[in-house]
Design a protein around this ligand. Structure first.
Ligand SMILES: Cc1cc2nc3c(=O)[nH]c(=O)nc-3n(C[C@H](O)[C@H](O)[C@H](O)COP(=O)(O)OP(=O)(O)OC[C@H]3O[C@@H](n4cnc5c(N)ncnc54)[C@H](O)[C@@H]3O)c2cc1C
Length: 550
């Protein structure tokens, strides 16, 4: 993930769910690209007082008063806690708070999503994990169940009346691949939990524009409701506590892919794995094609699997050229006892970090590291990797033997169109090689800087929050945003925007739950909710099991 990057342009279809931040876009239209989203510093002149929109005074002031909002004519709603985002991160945090005794009418979730797993389901589906396929995380990572019991494997074993997956969990990862749940099971569980905790009661649809401190206490969160649903362009939520879980600030393309797409206006033959790209698989079913894959993470494994499955299932002649920028040819790492397996280009790891990051010695160690030391530790344990799965290995071996799957290590110097093919000029250790392909699929999944997200850019400019050693939002061990407190008010953040903090696994279901637990504990200390001690936990688990409201 060290490549220099440029912004992903013109996504088709998924924009409504991608995390870039359009300002006032109605929910159904394509969202503007994050790269053209205006930065707070270039904000336009404010609206006239009384218009129900942001005035100059509001746009330029770091702290707002109730009188300033009244003068702007923006209606204000009171909610003690507001969660911004409404994806999985908001969901697990609100789930914890509901279990800790906070009633649904004290929480508002502000989001452009209809349901919490909408972005996740979109991204997994296009990157080749439809509902029947298995996701990456493990059996106990249940975003719909804070106890992780019964685990997904146990639930699947009971539903299927089969001990097969329980046996797999028992002998994994030595004698079997890690068990991971099917995406469809995860979504069904989330749907059940959403209705149990009253998610739709708390959900307020719209685009969050900014969060500013309220003079003396708490915050104002400005929401642009969907067109036609509010008499004013903006509404404000006055909250004592704010939680930010806005997901990825944006996704990016490698510069040469971006240049090619822009120069040739070709958004069809060079695609991102995070875009709808079903047409590539359809084309492979009509004629023999060459597909070039870029990237060595789990998304490239998934796309590869789809191409290989289709080849086998429909007797296709698809050829695959897989380009790795960093080619891993064997086990690698700093010391003999702590090496990561690798081979044929890939670095292999069951989950995106070593498991002890979520609850073992690495979690404890990371909590004590600051600054540069923490950045180095992230570098050592992170990096692009993918699980070693028996099925993928067998398919790739077959492809290598038959010659239809080839790997290559190098960097692309340029891309051009030649006779209807996309030719990539690749600099390798043995000199320049030109590869001609019908389609290029970018699986690198590079993320944009947090300042590409309008709400975060505004926070960086107006609230006093800073960046952590990896350049993302700087949070305390409790996930409180440093520098953002406002009187007794506290702002928290969780998810990908906080990567680089004291807890590394933030952008995972379990990581979002660890963050949610820290936030709930902190809020309990502040008297906002009850502490989830043993008695409460046990009684609440029975309520969960019986599908009764918390
Ligand atoms: C392809 C893929 C597969 C993954 N698989 C796994 C897995 O198997 N296991 C695992 O543990 N983790 C996995 N993850 C990582 C992570 O768990 C998910 O990405 C998860 O959805 C992150 O939750 P989130 O709340 O941070 O982001 P999201 O679920 O994306 O929610 C944030 C949402 O906030 C909304 N939003 C943003 N800005 C605004 C605004 N200004 N106003 C209103 N709404 C806004 C957007 O709709 C955005 O989608 C995967 C990630 C990807 C991309």
């Amino acid at each position: 993930m060290t490549d220099e990057v440029t912004q992903l342009p013109r996504l088709t279809g998924p924009q409504a769910f991608l995390p870039g931040d359009a300002d006032d876009a109605p929910e159904t239209v394509v969202r503007p690209r994050p790269d053209v989203a205006r930065k707070a510093s270039q904000a336009p002149a404010g609206a006239p007082p009384g218009s129900g929109d942001l005035t100059d005074e509001l746009l330029t002031s770091d702290q707002w008063t109730d009188a300033m909002l009244a003068a702007a004519g923006i209606p204000v709603f009171d909610k003690p806690l507001v969660s911004v985002g409404g994806g999985i991160g908001s969901f697990v945090t609100v789930d914890y708070l509901r279990i800790a005794g906070v009633s649904a009418d004290r929480i508002a979730v502000l989001s452009n999503l209809d349901f919490a797993w909408q972005t996740y389901e979109y991204l997994t589906r296009v990157s080749q994990i439809p509902r029947p396929e298995r996701i990456r995380s493990d059996s106990a990572s249940r975003p719909d169940n804070i106890w992780g019991f019964p685990s997904y494997a146990l639930a699947e074993a009971i539903a299927d009346r089969s001990l097969k997956v329980l046996w797999q969990v028992l002998i994994e990862p030595i004698w079997a691949d890690y068990y991971t749940p099917k995406a469809g099971r995860v979504f069904a569980g989330l749907e059940r939990e959403a209705s149990r905790i009253g998610w739709s009661q708390m959900l307020v649809k719209g685009q969050v524009r900014m969060v500013r401190k309220r003079q003396g206490a708490g915050y104002f969160v400005i929401l642009t409701p969907p067109a036609g649903t509010s008499p004013t362009k903006r509404v404000a939520f006055r909250a004592e506590y704010v939680h930010l879980a806005v997901g990825y600030p944006g996704l990016r393309f490698l510069p040469e892919l971006q240049d090619f797409r822009t120069a040739n206006q070709d958004f069809h033959h060079v695609v991102s794995a995070y875009e709808e790209h079903e047409h590539v698989y359809s084309a492979a079913r009509t004629k023999p094609i060459v597909v070039m894959l870029r990237g060595g993470g789990i998304v490239s494994s998934r796309v590869l699997q789809r191409l290989m499955d289709d080849r086998a299932n429909y007797g296709l002649q698809t050829e695959i050229v897989h380009l790795f920028r960093t080619y891993i040819s064997g086990s690698h790492g700093h010391n003999a006892w702590n090496r990561r397996k690798g081979g044929n280009g890939f670095a292999y790891q069951g989950f995106n970090y070593p498991k002890s990051v979520w609850g073992g010695q690495l979690k404890a160690r990371m909590r004590s590291l600051e600054g540069e030391q923490r950045a180095i530790a992230y570098k050592q344990m992170g990096g692009t990797n993918t699980p070693w799965r028996r099925r993928w290995q067998a398919q790739m071996n077959e492809g290598r033997t038959a010659g239809w799957y080839r790997t290559l290590s190098g960097t692309v110097e340029s891309m051009r169109l030649d006779n209807g093919k996309i030719v990539s000029d690749v600099k390798t250790a043995n000199g320049m090689i030109s590869i001609a392909a019908d389609y290029v699929i970018d699986c690198t999944g590079l993320e944009a800087d947090i300042s590409e997200h309008r709400v975060l850019a505004d926070l960086l400019e107006h609230s006093g929050v800073g960046r952590n050693p990896l350049g993302r939002l700087d949070v305390e061990r409790t996930f409180e945003l440093r520098g953002a407190s406002s009187g007794p008010g506290v702002m928290y953040a969780s998810g990908a925007t906080t990567l680089g903090g004291y807890f590394p696994g933030v952008d995972t279901f379990l990581g979002l739950q660890v963050a949610a637990q820290e936030i709930a504990d902190d809020l309990a200390r502040r008297g906002f909710c009850r502490r989830i001690g043993v008695a409460r936990s046990v009684s609440q688990w029975f309520r969960w099991a019986n599908n009764k409201q918390p």
